[in-house]
Ligand binder design. Structure first.
Ligand SMILES: *Cc1c(COP(=O)(O)O)cnc(C)c1O
Length: 463
């Protein structure tokens, strides 16, 4: 095998492309793509040689194969979420139910009645497809679906409070992450934030005093991702609604997650349902489609018809409207709620949140020896862990769970080895995402869907 130890021993791009092995690559994947890869591989080979690192000419072909494979791999890929956070924003939040996936496939295939009324043969309204279901499930007079909850808040404030004042409790001026800060969103919506109360305590009287002739509405924000504990006070939706209505103002509540069902009935901590909040005389609520609801990315505005009509007339509604695939998926998910008794089976998010600990334990016991066989440098044990709902829902509450824990008890500073292990899991054909904590690498098994797939995947682990 010829050794390449000087730049002039490197083949030209043309010669590399004419290697029989490479010709096959070009035939399969197109000459343009393979030529681009060949240039890249030769350039990095030249640097290597100049850096005093010789290699065999066969390596060049292997690197080209790898580079082509890397180029062909989609950027957006499915991963296995064993992070211990069920609704992980960076990992795409809710897993969609089969019914929603089928609906998206069906609608994506061709034409649909997205904005076409089949009864009259006239132009229809895309917002009508989910509205009746949302009304039935929440008790709202009307509902509107937009791109996400951030868009729902932006649009609501811009439609109802442009150039006017909006009082918000100082304890609710939250940052959700990813540059979503309530004060910034309010500024972009064109309304003026009036800070009310203090960080830990806000009283009804504070709101009373903040209301003036320029006030447009009162806003309550679910403090999703943090909890203020100790000496605290906040004003409930019912009290706020009283104050707002006494001044002929609407009360808007950003619920963040906004559950449609009573989670306590499933042994989970209480999260206010959309219906409860609307029953407390809140005029409009906004919430996400891909948090506790378990659907696609969407933002839902529900409540009084006259307010929703006003929002619909805002030209920004057009810019923030959902596409047909989102609507197809959301409608299918909402239909599942018609049979709440079966939701733990039909809706993956609820399935993960309510999964029996004994079942997770059994899965862990089966997988631990397999994981041990592929990660010999680590001690793999089955341990109790704490999983969380994520996406700001039920912030202070944590789910009992079970994890595979990879540790090196004899090593004093295992940090580097743990990072390498986490990387090896991310480099599997289906990347596996765990977490490093407490001098160990953890794979929380609460959200593991398919054990056989996980084992197959693990076989590709390079030690
Ligand atoms: C998550 C969240 C948002 C943002 O919702 P997206 O659907 O991510 O746009 C806004 N407000 C609260 C309280 C939230 O929890």
């Amino acid at each position: 095998m010829p050794v390449i130890d000087a730049p002039d021993k490197l083949p030209s791009v043309d010669r590399l492309l004419n290697d029989p092995d490479v010709i096959a690559l070009s035939e399969n994947h197109g000459a343009a793509l393979v030529t681009r890869c060949a240039r890249r591989v030769l350039a990095s080979a030249r640097e290597k040689v100049l850096g005093g690192k010789p290699f065999e000419s066969r390596d060049l072909i292997n690197h080209l194969h790898e580079d082509v494979a890397r180029t062909l791999r989609p950027s957006l890929r499915r991963v296995i979420n064993l992070s211990g956070t069920v609704l992980h924003t960076n990992l795409g939040r809710a897993a969609l139910p089969r019914a929603a996936i089928d609906a998206m496939i069906d609608i994506s295939r061709g034409a649909s009645n997205l904005e076409f009324d089949l009864a009259s043969g006239k132009r229809g309204d895309r917002h009508a497809h989910c509205e009746t279901l949302l009304r039935d499930l929440t008790g709202a007079e009307s509902a509107l679906v937009v791109n996400n909850n951030a868009a729902a808040i932006l649009l609501t404030l811009n439609s109802l409070a442009l150039r006017k004042q909006v009082p918000v409790s100082r304890g609710e001026l939250i940052e959700i992450g990813g540059a979503f800060r309530m004060p910034d969103i309010m500024a972009r919506a064109g309304c003026k934030l009036v800070e009310v109360g203090t960080t830990n305590r806000t009283h009804a009287i504070d709101f009373e005093q903040a209301i003036g002739p320029k006030t447009a509405l009162l806003l309550k924000v679910h403090t999703s991702n943090y909890a203020i504990q100790g000496f605290t006070a906040s004003v409930t939706e019912a009290e706020l609604a009283n104050i707002a209505h006494a001044h002929a103002l609407p009360l808007v509540s950003d619920l963040g997650s906004g559950s449609l069902i009573d989670l306590e009935a499933h042994g989970l901590p209480h999260e206010p349902t959309v219906r409860e909040v609307l029953n407390a005389a809140t005029d409009l609520v906004t919430f996400s489609g891909d948090k506790l609801l378990g659907g696609p990315q969407a933002g839902i505005i529900a409540g009084r018809r006259n307010l929703i009509e006003k929002i619909k007339r805002n030209p920004m509604t057009r810019a923030l409207r959902p596409d047909k695939l989102t609507l197809a998926a959301l409608e299918a998910v909402l239909r599942l709620y018609a049979d709440p008794a079966r939701l733990t089976e039909t809706l993956p998010t609820l399935g993960y949140l309510t999964r029996d600990i004994a079942e997770i334990e059994q899965s862990a016991a089966q997988l631990a020896p397999v994981a041990q066989a592929h990660c010999k440098a680590f001690e793999v044990s089955v341990v109790r862990s704490k999983a969380q709902v994520g996406s700001g829902a039920l912030p202070a509450d944590i789910l009992e769970s079970v994890a595979l824990k990879f540790s090196q008890p004899a090593v004093r500073r295992p940090g580097k080895a743990l990072k390498q292990l986490a990387k090896a899991f991310r480099e599997l054909p289906i990347p596996v995402i765990g977490r490093i904590d407490d001098d160990a690498f953890w794979l929380d098994l609460r959200c593991l869907e398919d054990e056989a797939e996980f084992v197959d995947n693990l076989r590709q682990m390079t030690p």
